[in-house]
Ligand binder design. Structure first.
Ligand code: WT7
Length: 637
């Protein structure tokens, strides 16, 4: 596949960027022309950020799987679409060609149809990183069902919340998942979740670990049995459902500063064009290259850059079931050598944790196939950037530090591999079609270079979220009401003298722990559910490996006899309510929290204390009870 819209030089980037600002509709129409549409759009864009109401490729009809599968069969039928590396290096890997993938997706789409799934139905997917997960996702898209993938590290309660919010009618899961030396009992977690989910009529269970599972009569079905049924029917084809460009493709839940996670909605046409455009350009993908993204499909990175971006581009995408440290800290490098990986896209937290093992696990690896490296999910510190550059890229691979969000659908600010001059710690420049703007607290634009502000985007891009599922008002207030006529990202940002962007981190109460997005309010709610807890306040603090750690200040009803045991009980509660990824790293018992006279917790002070900046707490005169601060300072962990 050739990509006529691929940028090859910095001059071409500048030209494209200018054109995308002067004539966004013409620019995106030119890109979208290279996809397969059942019917072309009538109008490229209709929008306002007030309601908000955003429509791309209005009147266009398509199915994203025809773009990811059918259109490649003639030229790439025997080319690997997915290479799958299992958790255990001794187990055989799998290579799934575009033709195989097409067949498997159609087959499973027919399984869904046999089970009554129709266009517009919501399907929850809770699986480990096996090819069947990608197949399930694409099978939903094939028949117009809306997938809601939930990351395997979330608790039964979190799954139940998501299933209820979207009113899912069917769940696709596995008996269990292998991750490192752990065996995670996915089906059992689903069984717990479903106690409160009457909307779910069926559960399809794919075999992986063969952990004992309770299969409930009339509800639970084995994936393999259902496939056999379709085979008995003679494997009929599964024509793709014709979707409107603005029909929903998927929901993905993500945390904000308040309330429960919200279901970010992406639609078919714009998302497809954007995931593809950003994949092809950021990584400068060349036909035949082996591309390896280490993310989990449970996050947006996996959706856009393991499945939809690469497959729509006819790329070979490598999917890894396990973790970077199993069986040893050289695993990612072994995989790189084993499959001659050309592009490696990973997270700063993984790099930092692997750095901790020294160069031993790297030394005997060749890594000579690598051409391009990428980083995503959180700010990358200079030390990690240089380690990645020198020891993995051997000084000859560009690193793309890609800034984006669940809500943006795809990469927004990033160097283009081999084109943009990079600078450690900087996401550098916006991709064509992306119009960033920095504003001050009052929403006034901050112009010029060498400045800091809150990062907003002032013009729509095709991959942006359209709504939050079932609650459009929440979408409006969260993203479009802070500053008039702007999409607010929630991130602070610096624009340096060269006009390069550097993301400085969230300016709201959202934490980024090992690249996982967690709301402080969510963690507080979970802690407060523990018997004996009166109140809590959660803040982030710098953590060497995770980027941010979770620091919780907790008030209990009475002094606990065994504080260490109580801490463990609280951790267990958080695990139960949200999942192990949200467990606080530090819990400090306090007798009070610093509050204003109106009763608001002064998190700024708590943050400073957690960061260890005890002498620099700022103005504390509005505090109701300043003594409490002294106590908290003394008890700091
Ligand atoms: C938040 C979005 C992007 C997909 C995975 C995370 C932070 C993301 C970077 C980066 C600095 C980054 C931001 C953003 N973030 N990429 N390259 N440099 N910060 O998606 O879970 O929706 O989180 O991750 O704070 O707002 P997400």
């Amino acid at each position: 596949m050739a990509y006529p819209y691929q940028i090859k030089s910095i001059e071409e980037y500048q030209q494209n960027y200018q054109q995308s600002v002067i004539d966004p509709e013409g620019f995106w129409a030119n890109v979208a022309d290279h996809f397969y549409w059942r019917r072309k759009w009538d109008k490229v864009l209709e929008w306002n950020f007030k309601e908000p109401d955003i429509k791309w490729f209005v009147g266009g009809k398509l199915n994203i799987t025809e773009n990811c599968l059918d259109r490649h069969l003639g030229t790439l039928g025997n080319t690997p679409a997915i290479i799958w590396e299992p958790n255990d290096p001794e187990e055989r890997h799998r290579v799934i060609t575009y033709r195989d993938l097409y067949n498997k997706v159609c087959q499973f789409a027919n399984v869904l149809k046999n089970n009554g799934v129709k266009k517009g139905d919501r399907i929850c997917i809770y699986m480990g990183m096996i090819p069947e997960l990608a197949i399930a996702v694409l099978a939903c898209a094939r028949i117009g069902a809306i997938h809601s993938v939930v990351f395997g590290g979330f608790s039964a309660q979190s799954i139940a919340d998501r299933i209820q919010d979207a009113q899912c009618s069917l769940v696709i899961t596995c008996d269990g998942a292998f991750r490192g030396n752990k065996d995670i009992p996915l089906k059992s977690v689903i069984d717990d979740a479903l106690i409160g989910c009457p909307s779910v009529k069926k559960v399809i269970v794919c075999t992986r670990t063969r952990t004992p599972v309770s299969m409930i009569k009339g509800r639970d079905l084995w994936w393999e049995d259902e496939i056999k049924q379709v085979e008995t029917m003679g494997n009929p084809p599964c024509p793709a459902e014709e979707m409107d460009a603005e029909d929903m493709l998927f929901i993905l839940y993500t945390s904000g500063s308040t309330g429960k996670p919200k279901g970010v909605v992406h639609t078919c046409g714009g998302y497809m064009v954007y995931a593809n455009y950003t994949f092809v350009n950021t990584f400068n993908y060349q036909p035949g290259e082996v591309y390896f993204c280490t993310a989990d499909i449970g996050w947006i990175t996996g959706h856009s850059y393991i499945i939809y971006g690469p497959l729509s581009a006819g790329a070979t995408t490598l999917m890894f079931e396990g973790v970077p440290t199993y069986p040893d800290a050289g695993r990612l490098w072994s995989i790189t050598d084993k499959f001659r990986v050309n592009i490696l896209y990973t997270a700063p937290t993984a790099i930092r944790s692997l750095m901790g093992y020294g160069l031993g696990p790297v030394n005997h690896k060749e890594l000579s196939s690598l051409k391009k490296l990428g980083s995503v999910g959180e700010p990358i510190n200079e030390e990690a950037w240089h380690w990645f550059k020198d020891h993995i890229g051997k000084g000859r691979c560009p690193i793309v530090d890609t800034w984006w969000q669940t809500e943006t659908g795809g990469i927004m600010i990033t160097p283009i591999a081999g084109v943009t001059k990079e600078k450690p710690g900087y996401a550098t420049l916006p991709l064509p079609g992306v119009q960033p703007i920095l504003v001050d607290e009052n929403g006034k634009e901050i112009t010029g270079n060498g400045v800091n502000g809150n990062l907003c985007i002032k013009f729509p891009w095709p991959g942006m979220l359209r709504t939050t599922y079932g609650d459009h008002e929440r979408c409006r207030t969260t993203y479009f009401a802070t500053y008039e006529n702007l999409y607010f990202t929630g991130d602070g940002c610096q624009r340096d003298e060269d006009g390069y962007y550097r993301i400085t981190g969230r300016v709201d109460d959202v934490l980024n722990v090992s690249g996982h997005r967690i709301g402080t309010a969510e963690v507080e709610n979970a802690i407060n559910m523990h018997a004996g807890v009166v109140e809590s306040a959660v803040v982030g603090y710098p953590h060497d490996i995770k980027g941010q750690g979770i620091y919780a200040y907790v008030i209990t009803e009475r002094q606990t006899h065994d504080p260490e045991l109580t801490k463990k009980d609280i951790l267990q509660t958080v695990s139960r309510i949200i999942g192990p990824i949200a467990k606080p790293d530090k819990i400090q018992f306090v007798s009070g929290l610093p509050k204003t006279r109106s009763g608001k917790i002064m998190r700024r002070i708590l943050r400073k204390i957690a960061e260890g900046e005890l002498d620099n707490l700022g103005d504390t005169t509005t505090l109701l009870d300043p003594v409490v601060v002294e106590e908290i300072k003394r008890g700091r962990l």
